[in-house]
Design a binder for this molecule. Structure first.
Ligand SMILES: NC(=O)c1ccc[n+]([C@@H]2O[C@H](COP(=O)([O-])OP(=O)(O)OC[C@H]3O[C@@H](n4cnc5c(N)ncnc54)[C@H](O)[C@@H]3O)[C@@H](O)[C@H]2O)c1
Length: 335
């Protein structure tokens, strides 16, 4: 946590304020929640945020009269008298380094945490419930299944360095689906593919913050292994926009890939993008993967087919990798 303690609050960031205003503008025609919203202080919308800060940090919390923050571990039931219309269950431990450190907590939040949030949704008779699952439910797909469609059933190890995360997300989806089938709780599931951007923990250790942190320290960008594995990266505003579009849709019981398939690039190519985006030269270095989670089980390719989310919600990615990187690096420098 020390790396983030001295930093100012995220909502004070110019880049994040611009992103929120842009997001509200883009969603205005999609749902009445976003009408007349040009900034964070929107009178019609109230939110309760829950986080136990296992990987989150206090500076991420927005201080606003319409937003209440409660430090809460979702593996405990959440009790409230408030009326609740929508629930987004995004609690999770998503960075391989952190889920390796906290495997039991990772499984608990995906299983018991998901059950508790679903029980709350059922009790409150919410209009919609959204679970952020993961592209990791697909495991390590064979080439013929990339770009990956929602129907693909996955190539996932039950025991292995990534299993605590992958299997808990798979179970979470099954639980959501059962709540729709048994109680008609209006659930939706999204499977994010490498969403990045301002606000991410600088010491999150996922590839992009890792490259940017090294670049800002003028240290070589460390590529684990040969750098040939591919990913496709999605800027945070596109990710959040697609989450709201799915939340406000009628697609109950459905799972959607969310992300930006363009471009699918190798990690080495990504390092070159970061190099180009920096105002001074930085080197690239290939290193032995520091951990089994990268050396033994890193999926070779990761790229979504987003036809389903586009057809159902009208979502289209707006940010190129160059633009998203520029904004993310600017935010890292701002902080
Ligand atoms: N960013 C991505 O590319 C990506 C990809 C696939 C899936 N996801 C999923 O989307 C969600 C959000 O991801 P993110 O990248 O914003 O991660 P994040 O780490 O920024 O946010 C997740 C938050 O959940 C909190 N949390 C974890 N366990 C908790 C618990 N038991 N109770 C309360 N809070 C808890 C953490 O403290 C953290 O602040 C996660 O569920 C993640 O698994 C993200």
């Amino acid at each position: 946590m020390s790396a983030v303690c001295s930093r100012k609050r995220l909502y004070e960031s110019r880049i994040i304020q611009e992103d929120i205003a842009e997001l509200a503008k883009n969603l205005k025609t999609y749902h009445k929640c976003f009408e007349n919203q040009h900034h964070l202080h929107h009178k019609k919308l109230k939110a309760i945020l829950l986080d136990n800060f296992i990987t989150g940090y206090e500076q991420q919390i927005i201080s606003d009269e319409n937003i209440t923050f409660r430090r809460h571990n979702v593996i405990e039931p959440f009790l409230t008298d408030e009326k609740i219309d929508y629930i987004i269950h995004a609690a999770g431990i998503a960075s391989p380094v952190y889920y390796t450190k906290y495997p039991i907590e990772t499984m608990d939040v995906g299983t018991i945490g998901t059950r508790n949030m679903l029980e709350l949704a059922r009790e409150k008779k919410v209009k919609s419930f959204l679970f952020t699952s993961s592209s990791e439910v697909y495991g390590d797909p064979d080439n013929q299944y990339v770009p990956t469609r929602e129907e693909y059933r996955g190539n996932v190890a039950v025991i292995g360095p990534r299993a605590c995360y992958d299997e808990s997300k798979r179970y979470g989806e099954t639980m959501c689906s059962a709540f729709w089938n048994v109680y008609e709780t209006p659930v939706k599931m999204v499977r994010p593919f490498n969403i990045y951007g301002p606000g991410i923990r600088p010491d999150d250790y996922r590839v992009l913050p890792n490259f940017i942190e090294h670049a800002l320290r003028k240290e070589p960008l460390p590529i684990h292994g040969d750098g040939r594995n591919t990913r496709s990266f999605c800027y945070i505003n596109d990710g959040v926009e697609s989450i709201f579009r799915v939340l406000f849709s009628d697609a109950n019981g459905e799972a959607f890939n969310i992300g930006n398939p363009e471009p699918e690039i190798s990690i080495e190519e990504l390092a070159r993008y970061v190099q180009k985006a920096m105002p001074y030269p930085v080197d690239i270095v290939k290193i032995d993967p520091p951990h089994a989670v990268y050396s033994k089980s890193d999926p070779k390719r990761r790229c979504p087919n987003i036809t389903k989310v586009s057809a159902v919600t009208g979502y289209k990615p707006r940010y190129s990798l160059e633009e998203g990187l520029k904004r993310t690096i600017a935010w890292f420098r701002e902080f």
